[in-house]
Write a protein that binds this ligand. Sequence first.
Ligand code: MG
Length: 157
Amino acid sequence: MRVGSGVDVHAFGPGDHLMLGGVRIAHTRGVVAHSDGDVLLHALCDALLGAAGLGDIGQHFPDSDPRWKGAASARFVSAVLAMLRARKLSVVNADLTVIAEAPRIAAHREAICLEVARLLEVPAERVNLKATTTERLGFLGRAEGIAAQAVVLVSEG
Ligand code: MG
């Protein structure tokens, strides 16, 4: 067994929706990002890469590369999963946390868990999603952006 963790943050910017865990969520802001700015999938990719000892998402999908401009982050997850497969690593479970004042996650929790499980090709009960605020403290508390944390366990063989 190997464990990995990942963290990501994006600033809010103009827009009317966010991508979170591959799910489009209507919101009063968008995020500033080179790709679709899906913090949850970016944190998940880093957790998967960390578990495999393969560095981080910036090394594999640099934001200086025009190929990834506006890219659906689901593509990053699929590419990372293929890297793990090539090393005979499979995902046991993923525990995800969104940290933001808004949007509220509860109404989207099930859809996000299902989509992340689909991307990871694991049963939905292997994906857990939590959400918290920072009690209005700091940049997240001022709703200047959104953060996510991911922890994954992978098994060898
Ligand atoms: Mg990111």
